[in-house]
Design a protein around this ligand. Structure first.
Ligand SMILES: [Zn+2]
Ligand SMILES: [Zn+2]
Length: 348
């Protein structure tokens, strides 16, 4: 498996983008991004250029769309065109089902971006009756996303949903409209994919995002594994425990630079690693460049999810540089509890 840098939210002149697909993919290649999701507003017509652009730039182009409505913006990836125009504020699940049935996934775009009158429909207002239906949420939106106020609200909402037991994947999306030079910097979403992912790129990416094998980052890779005996669990995995079993894991954390996405190289300085969970902070350690790994034992007990972030300096500001999606923990019924539940204990 490999962590591959993607840009998951992009526009071209097929909606309101200012750069062509070819210009955008050339710039993506220059940055070291290996794939993009083309998510024009309410159309997939831009995909007609995808094959030629992909051949020229070697940047993989995934089919997607951004439903752009009065009640919010929803991203799709990996599905063919699915209609959204009949969806009222209480009907979002009807639309989500269409995407899921077509083999795609849905994500809420910039849930806390300012709505009307600044940007009508940009703020998420659909009634979500079951958050299990939402595959991902754009927790990092726009350039230098960790410094944007609306993203801290999105992070808070994502955390609340995790605490409530939902498994929603956090992603980054530049909402990329033009390739002009910026003072602000883009993030990417690293996606953990098998070696042969390009043979069925859309399917592999859809599966990985749905599983939570994603990491929004300004560049560094933050690799976290939970080791229990012979088993190793990484981001997106679930650790099964029961009351009678071992509940201690060793968290192993490493920070490495990506092989391809290194636009800021030495300009980012990681100084701290934090592991958060539904029970609060589990680990908070200083990090220096000579360090190769952090290892710490953690008692799982009532922990149901844990995720890591690396803090540091970017453009002279101290902020989050990368964060992982969670490793989840599931409390399985112990044998005794199961017997009680199903009444199958043999009485001698
Ligand atoms: Zn939008
Ligand atoms: Zn957009």
């Amino acid at each position: 498996m490999k962590w591959i840098p993607f840009e998951l939210h992009t526009h071209t002149p097929h909606s309101d983008g200012k750069h062509t697909l070819l210009e955008m993919c050339r710039e993506a290649k220059r940055l070291g991004i290996r794939g993009i999701a083309l998510t024009d507003h309410n159309t997939m017509s831009g995909m007609s250029e995808a094959r030629a652009v992909q051949e020229e730039t070697d940047v993989v182009i995934l089919p997607g769309m951004e439903w752009t409505t009065f009640y919010g913006h929803m991203l799709t990836i990996g599905a063919p065109y699915c209609d959204w125009r009949d969806l009222g504020p209480k009907d979002i699940h009807k639309g989500i089902n269409r995407v899921h049935q077509a083999g795609g996934i849905v994500g809420i775009a910039h849930p806390y971006r300012m709505g009307s009158p600044i940007c009508t429909g940009c703020h998420w207002e659909y009634e979500v009756k079951d958050w299990n239906d939402v595959d991902y949420m754009e927790v990092w939106h726009e350039l230098t996303p960790s410094l944007k106020r609306h993203n801290s609200q999105a992070l808070q909402q994502w955390t609340t949903l995790l605490d409530e037991g939902y498994r929603i994947t956090a992603t980054a999306g530049r909402d990329w409209h033009h390739s002009a030079t910026h003072n602000e910097w883009p993030a990417v979403t690293y996606i953990e994919l098998p070696e042969e992912w390009e043979d069925s790129a859309a399917e592999s990416v859809v599966h990985a995002i749905a599983q939570g094998r994603c990491m929004p980052s300004m560049g560094p890779l933050l690799l976290m594994e939970a080791v229990m005996g012979e088993s190793r669990y990484s981001v997106g995995d679930e650790i099964p425990i029961n009351e009678d079993s071992e509940q201690t894991v060793t968290l192993q954390i490493r920070i490495v630079m990506s092989e391809s996405f290194v636009p800021y190289g030495n300009e980012l300085l990681v100084t701290r690693v934090v592991v958060e969970s539904n029970n609060g902070v589990l680990l908070d350690q200083l990090w220096n460049e000579e360090q190769t790994q952090i290892a710490q034992q953690v008692e799982l007990g009532s922990i149901r999810w844990l995720r890591a972030k690396a803090m540091g300096v970017m453009q002279e500001v101290y902020t989050t540089l990368v964060f992982t999606n969670p490793i989840y923990v599931r409390m399985m019924q112990s044998e005794a509890a199961e017997e009680e539940m199903y009444g199958c204990r043999t009485i001698e």
